[in-house]
Write a protein that binds this ligand. Structure first.
Ligand SMILES: Cc1cc2nc3c(=O)[nH]c(=O)nc-3n(C[C@H](O)[C@H](O)[C@H](O)COP(=O)(O)O)c2cc1C
Length: 405
């Protein structure tokens, strides 16, 4: 019998049964929820962010928004939620209970405090001593908290990443991971700053600052809190390209592991993050939408993928794509191809023709109502890929190499 590939991963000295962790968010709001998630099969979880009891937080009523395709599928999710309101003492008790019930799962305590070193050091001491395996420093929340010097306010200032990471390290008895915000000019620089300050790992991304929409009947920005709103954090499938760019840049710039977050809904999304260098992945929005049970599909999908590709362990794919990510100037200018339309597959819809005519190089010949398939004029085709991307029939348009190296 052929043995199943090993999907366990190593992270900061721990071995996790699979690379799927819950990120710090509503699905990790209480010990009871985290225990249910562990029973469902998640390899680890990061608690909803814990703050000192003296720091007030507020939960606005109506704090979510969404953008979909024809109002059905989720593309982007917005939140203007703050961190956990629950007292530190409650978390300490529940952390002990979780670790007792699930000693082998990775439990990470997420922390946030005002930018005062003593506050970070004290909170790191209390939560690490409660028994978590690691800490995650939330330097990324882009709404509400930054107005009071927390979250992305810290993640956008290298000097605060440096001093607060050092403070948390002084207090902590366990490895410390720094969660970074994508709302900066150069996330690799921020990651390097965290590494130099002694961080054991980084995680990215926290949510992307945006405005999900405006109600054009009532003129209210969304999500509307009694008629007004504020800019919020975007998550879900639409932020995946931003998350992947950030994780790849961090993986290229640092020598500590990075936990990949942002828009992961399927095992394929997770594989992509692992390929570009994520040591494991964290998931939030997909679980808010579909529940803890999606971990079953994530585990099965990853296992089958590795098996189909002939890999014995998930570790063989971590970072495999990273060397192929280079600068634009290093890409091969001599690689010449043109589009090729399969006459038998073409459904004569004209989508490729319209795009090429009005947004491309007028390289597609097509006459509607003649029953003839669209055709590429190879002299005019510049291989921009617009037709290939917009064609509704898989495999109908492919690349044809016109110059062998
Ligand atoms: C409603 C909501 C609340 C969140 N709360 C926190 C939080 O308390 N601490 C934190 O570090 N990140 C928080 N996040 C960010 C997520 O952990 C994650 O970084 C982000 O949503 C991107 O992942 P996703 O696309 O899988 O949702 C929150 C996200 C959402 C949607």
């Amino acid at each position: 019998m052929v043995s199943k590939p090993d999907i366990s991963v190593k992270f900061c000295g721990y071995e996790i049964e699979n690379p799927f962790l819950l990120s710090s968010a509503p699905p990790t709001c209480t010990g009871e929820m985290i225990q249910r998630a562990f029973k469902a099969g998640w390899g680890g979880a990061v608690t909803k962010t814990i703050k000192p009891d003296k720091t007030p937080v507020y939960d606005l009523k109506n704090r979510f928004g969404r953008m979909g395709i024809e109002d059905k599928q989720l593309v982007l999710f917005e939140n203007i939620e703050e961190v956990s309101k629950r007292p530190v003492g409650t978390w300490v008790k529940e952390i002990k209970e979780i670790k007792k019930a699930f000693p082998d799962k990775l439990l990470v305590g997420s922390l946030m405090a005002e930018p005062k070193e003593d506050d970070w050091e004290d909170l790191a001491r209390v939560i690490s001593e409660a028994g978590v395996d690691m800490l995650e420093l939330n330097f990324g929340c882009p709404h509400g908290m930054p107005e009071r010097g927390m979250g992305a306010f810290c993640g956008q200032r290298p000097e605060l990443i440096d001093s607060l990471t050092k403070a948390a390290k002084r207090g902590s008895s366990v490895p410390v991971m720094v969660k970074l915000t994508p709302n900066v000019t150069d996330i690799a620089y921020m990651a390097k700053t965290a590494e130099q300050a002694g961080a054991d790992a980084t995680s990215a991304i926290n949510t992307v600052l945006g405005l999900i929409g405006v109600n054009i009947d009532t003129f209210e920005p969304m999500p509307s809190v009694d008629g007004k709103s504020t800019f919020g954090g975007m998550s879900g499938p639409g932020v995946k390209p931003i998350g992947m760019r950030c994780v790849a840049q961090i993986a290229q710039a640092t020598n500590i592991p990075v936990s990949g977050i942002g828009g992961i809904s399927t095992w394929k999304d997770a594989v992509e993050y692992l390929l570009i260098g994520a040591a494991n992945v964290q998931v939030c929005t997909a679980v808010m939408w579909r529940g803890y049970r999606i971990v079953g599909d994530l585990v099965d999908g990853l296992t089958n993928y590795l098996s189909d590709k002939g890999f014995k362990s998930v570790n063989e794919i971590i970072g495999k794509t990273l060397p192929r990510l280079t600068s634009w100037s290093k890409l091969d200018k001599d690689w010449k191809v043109v589009a090729n339309i399969d006459k038998d597959k073409c459904i004569k819809c004209g989508v490729c023709y319209i795009g090429c005519y009005d947004g491309g190089y007028q390289a597609i010949k097509f006459e509607p109502n003649t029953g003839k398939a669209a055709e590429v004029d190879e002299e005019k085709c510049d291989a921009c890929s617009l037709c290939y991307l917009s064609c509704p029939v898989p495999g109908c348009i492919t690349w044809k190499r016109v110059q062998q190296k």
